[in-house]
Design a protein around this ligand. Structure first.
Ligand code: GLU
Length: 471
């Protein structure tokens, strides 16, 4: 059992603070915060050596106010029921904040994937999917899983294939899961989406005088010193996009320890070093730090936890020197750490807003699966022609001649990746302004996390009220 056993209660603590800024009836608030269904199940796995092992698994559907419900599946030896419920709740609020029309869900299988062969992992994933199908806990209109900690495109492809095999007549079967490989119904940009969304969130926050001035920081991301904890899909891409956007990666942390380099690290070089040596320690030109925890306490402008929940607690929060915390992981800050960060003037950009890029692009993937057509397929050439005509008109009017490179850059016609990334950018920018507006309209709201919960509560409450269930 993980140390962080009250995770669901902790999510509800933030919810309850936000709820005090509303006047919804208690029954409505109770309905929003409870976890609607939890399916807990065990199944046997025959290991490669012939022995049988019982596998423990869950799928929690937090809120059915919109369908399907949506959220990743986690493979970790520490998965437990309260955790899956808490993560499902965070998905409900996250989807509401970025206007993705889904309820929240989360799944988990209690395994350490490193201890199983690929064949065993495939059997576990297919059997898990089978169990979900049997109980109606998966389907394009019911519940749509996605990757999370310990899972990725490979697992999503197995899930889609198993679901499609069990539902041969279902034309929308591919929409039963997102985060699939592009060749198997995925969408371009989904792999990078959470990291890219974190970057858009940070870049936009760094442009706001109302956020940067109290921190004593200059506007813009350029030159900001960033520390990233976790070099998985989320951390790696957050590091990459922040570095490409002008930030300096001064430290990277993983399970085995952390490395520091004042001049800046390159996440891809560190990733390759870790792949070759099995550790990010001893990276040429960098200093080893004794532990991942030590990296969190370095002086820096931006700290990005991108691993698991419960990283910042009342115990270590006083020692965190970062000016901005960008929550790539779900639930990295426990509620007792939040007031400490507020008192120190640390800006916490909350998970339920800033890591919503993943589910946002999952939504685009689901739309692509239901429409059975790649984004841009109908319009790319048409737009390219319009852009070329515009260029020619400018050339005629001004006498200027564009070079072939300029022509190719301007008259490109958007492809799927361009459309997905611009949809993500728009989503992250407008959601931040929604949160800032919410904070302005409720002067007592203590921080952006509570503003985010408040915004989510309003949106979910309105859906229930539109259904006529609550007055
Ligand atoms: N597991 C991711 C999250 O926590 C993505 C969920 C999804 O795409 O449905 O946000």
């Amino acid at each position: 059992m993980a140390a962080h056993a009250n995770f669901f209660d902790e999510v509800n603590q933030s919810f309850d603070v936000a709820a005090t800024f509303t006047d919804y009836p208690k029954g409505l608030l109770d309905q929003i915060r409870c976890c609607n269904s939890v399916y807990r199940f065990d199944f046997p796995l025959r290991r490669q050596d012939g022995s049988i092992e019982v596998i423990h698994a869950w799928r929690a559907e937090h809120s059915h106010h919109k369908l399907p419900v949506k959220g990743g599946i986690r493979y970790s030896p520490d998965v437990y029921e309260e955790e899956v419920m808490a993560l499902a709740a965070l998905m409900t609020y996250k989807c509401a904040i970025v206007d993705v029309p889904f309820g929240g869900a989360k799944g988990g299988i209690r395994i350490d994937p490193a201890r199983y062969t690929v064949e065993e992992l495939e059997r576990i994933t297919r059997r898990y999917t089978h169990e979900l199908v049997k109980k109606g806990f998966i389907g394009p209109g019911i519940d749509v899983p996605a990757p999370d900690y310990g899972t990725g495109e490979r697992e999503m492809a197995w899930i889609a294939d198993t679901y499609a095999a069990l539902n041969p007549a279902q034309i929308d079967a591919m929409g039963c899961v997102t985060g699939k490989p592009v060749a198997q119904g995925g969408v371009s940009g989904r792999r990078e989406a959470t990291g890219r969304g974190l970057y858009f969130a940070l870049r936009e926050a760094c442009q706001q005088t109302e956020l940067m001035q109290p921190l004593g920081l200059s506007l813009g991301l350029e030159g900001k010193r960033v520390v990233v904890q976790g070099l998985g899909n989320v951390g790696y891409h957050a590091a990459k996009f922040c570095r490409e956007g002008g930030a300096v990666l001064v430290a990277l942390a993983e399970r085995e320890g952390a490395i520091f380099c004042e001049a800046g690290l390159n996440e891809e070089a560190v990733f390759q070093h870790r792949k070759q040596t099995g550790s990010l320690l001893n990276f040429p030109g960098a200093t080893n730090l004794p532990s991942s925890a030590a990296a969190l306490e370095l002086p820096c402008d931006v700290l990005i936890p991108a691993a698991l929940e419960g990283v910042f607690t009342a115990e270590n929060a006083p020692r965190i020197q970062a000016r901005i915390i960008l929550e790539g992981a779900n639930g990295p800050t426990t509620p007792d750490a939040d007031p400490i960060f507020r008192a120190k003037g640390t800006l916490v950009i909350p998970d339920i807003y800033c890591n919503a890029g993943g589910v946002t692009v999952s939504y685009f993937e689901w739309l692509k699966n239901l429409s059975h057509v790649r984004f841009g397929r109908m319009s790319k050439r048409h737009e390219q022609r319009n852009e070329l005509q515009m260029l020619r008109a400018i050339e005629t009017a001004t006498g200027k001649r564009f070079t072939e490179e300029e022509r190719a850059e301007i008259a490109k016609g958007p492809d799927e990746a361009d459309l997905v990334n611009s949809g993500l950018e728009e989503t992250m920018i407008s959601a931040l302004h929604d949160l800032l507006d919410t904070r302005r309209r409720h002067p007592g709201v203590p921080d952006l996390r509570i503003a985010a919960f408040l915004s989510a509560i309003h949106k979910v409450a309105h859906t229930y009220m539109q259904m006529g269930i609550f007055p």
